[in-house]
Write a protein that binds this ligand. Structure first.
Ligand code: SF4
Length: 453
């Protein structure tokens, strides 16, 4: 028996119940894996790195590698610099990476280990061989979320690897915290326009590798170090997602004069249009017919069955850039997002969400899933969109549920398919339509079920 009794809200400042986010190192490791030949190295306790590897592997159904400096009680109390130095030496000796990307954990940040200074000394003392790069990002989890971790590590690539040289005529593309299938789709679109690009971080062919009967610790994908160095010489940087990609783009602009263009994630028609027009403006390249046709098919889909979507109330939770993109698509579909929650602290998120869906919507940032559940109890919705953790709300309130975002732990294969671009929009529309029709089928009488279409 469902209990739809409205609940009384209690504003909470220091208590999070069912967080709508996870910890910074997960995002940092995800970004680091988008560098070709990179071994992420978590500076801290083994448990933190075991946790993030487990989360990534459950989400991807693929191994996600990361080394650790493996704190003991002594290093947690007196400092872990000795562990860090030994860990870097061990990784170089055993795993022979082209890049080591060091990210910190809560305890390493709390004791104040000077990671950047230590790496500098290791370079000076010849501990790090010629041609190998060691970069680092501060990623304490008592600030921000995995999105901050992703952003910090991506910015570290721009500031610690980029070097001024000759103009390369390329566009830097920062796809944000998205699935390998999304990166692949963004590259396909830009490739179809004939635009030479440096995409970073690039997790395609790293986190969605094909079975070849040969294990490769470093898969063929990922942005090469020479490409990352060359980002300082590009025509411009197109950063997709203000909260994941802007920092890196702004640093390339400030330090090397590479103009930054910060755009929303290209989810839905308008956001994809913005992306394509920006690329066209920067390069002068035309948008090819095959991409225009994709757009036309998405518009056609929305026109054909708009009555399935129009006026349906939706609740959305997840990462800020992803949520804003989904809100834009939902508005194009004629749906009514009424409750929106992100767990990531994100300046300007509430204002931007309300600009897209209207002032009356409940938008919480940062918020948690308990709060979202309260909102839904007080004003029920026709559909919930979010990551795996939303399913408990969907079960409790008997709401159709579409799984989008991170993590997705109870469904498989999401990393292979895009939600960005016109093709990604078509996939999202189908997922939403299927969820609504499955529910209509379930609830229809024997006489009426054949009328559901
Ligand atoms: S929140 Fe901090 S202590 Fe917990 S797993 Fe993440 S980095 Fe480790």
């Amino acid at each position: 028996m469902l209990d739809h009794t409205p609940v009384e809200f209690v504003e909470r400042e220091v208590l999070t119940i069912n967080p709508a986010k996870t910890c910074q190192p997960i995002g940092a490791a995800w970004a680091a894996l988008g560098i070709h030949g990179c071994m992420p190295l978590g500076h801290g306790s083994q448990g933190c790195i075991s946790y993030l590897r487990m989360q990534l592997s459950r989400h991807l159904r693929e191994p996600a590698v990361s080394a650790t400096s493996s704190f003991s009680e002594a290093s947690a109390v007196f400092g872990g610099i000795g562990n860090l130095k030994q860990a870097v030496r061990n990784v170089l000796h055993i795993y022979k990476p082209k890049v080591i990307a060091v990210y910190t954990t809560c305890v390493a940040e709390t004791i104040g280990d000077d990671v950047g200074g230590t790496i500098k000394v290791m370079y000076e003392e010849g501990d790090i061989p010629e041609g190998v790069k060691v970069i680092h990002a501060a990623t304490p989890s008592y600030r921000g979320s995995h999105i901050w971790g992703f952003s910090n590590m991506t910015a570290a690539m721009a500031t610690q690897l980029a070097r001024k040289g000759s103009p390369n005529g390329k566009v830097n593309l920062i796809p944000g915290f998205v699935e390998p299938g999304d990166v692949r789709e963004i590259k396909r679109i830009v490739g179809a326009m004939g635009v030479p690009a440096i995409t970073f971080p690039d997790v395609s062919d790293v986190l969605d590798t094909p079975m070849t009967n040969e294990y490769r610790l470093y898969p063929k994908g990922g942005t090469r170090v020479d490409e990352l160095i060359d980002t300082a010489n590009s025509l411009a940087t197109v950063a997709l997602g203000r909260y994941t990609s802007k920092d890196a783009a702004v640093r390339l602009e400030n330090e090397f004069g590479v103009p930054a263009k910060v755009l929303p994630l290209p989810i839905g028609i308008k956001n994809t249009d913005l992306f394509l027009m920006a690329i066209k403006e920067i390069t002068g390249k035309e948008i090819p017919e095959e991409v225009e046709d994709d757009r036309g098919r998405l518009v056609d889909m929305l026109g054909d069955i708009n009555y399935h979507f129009h006026g349906k109330k939706v609740a959305v939770h997840g990462d800020p850039d992803t949520v804003l993109g989904i809100l834009s698509l939902l508005a194009e579909m004629g749906m009514e997002p009424v409750h929106v929650v992100t767990g990531t602290p994100a300046d300007g998120f509430v204002e931007e969400a309300k600009r897209i869906i209207g002032e009356d919507a409940n938008v919480k940032c940062p918020g948690d899933l308990f709060y979202l559940h309260q909102l839904i109890k007080n004003e029920p919705v026709d559909l919930l969109i979010g990551n795996t953790h939303g399913k408990y709300i969907a079960r409790a309130e008997d709401i159709p549920f579409v799984r989008i975002g991170f993590p997705i732990l109870d469904r498989s294969y999401g990393q292979y398919f895009p939600i960005v671009g016109y093709l990604g929009g078509m996939r999202l529309v189908k997922m939403i339509d299927d969820a609504l029709l499955d529910r209509a089928d379930r609830d229809a009488s024997d006489e009426d079920v054949e009328l559901i279409m």
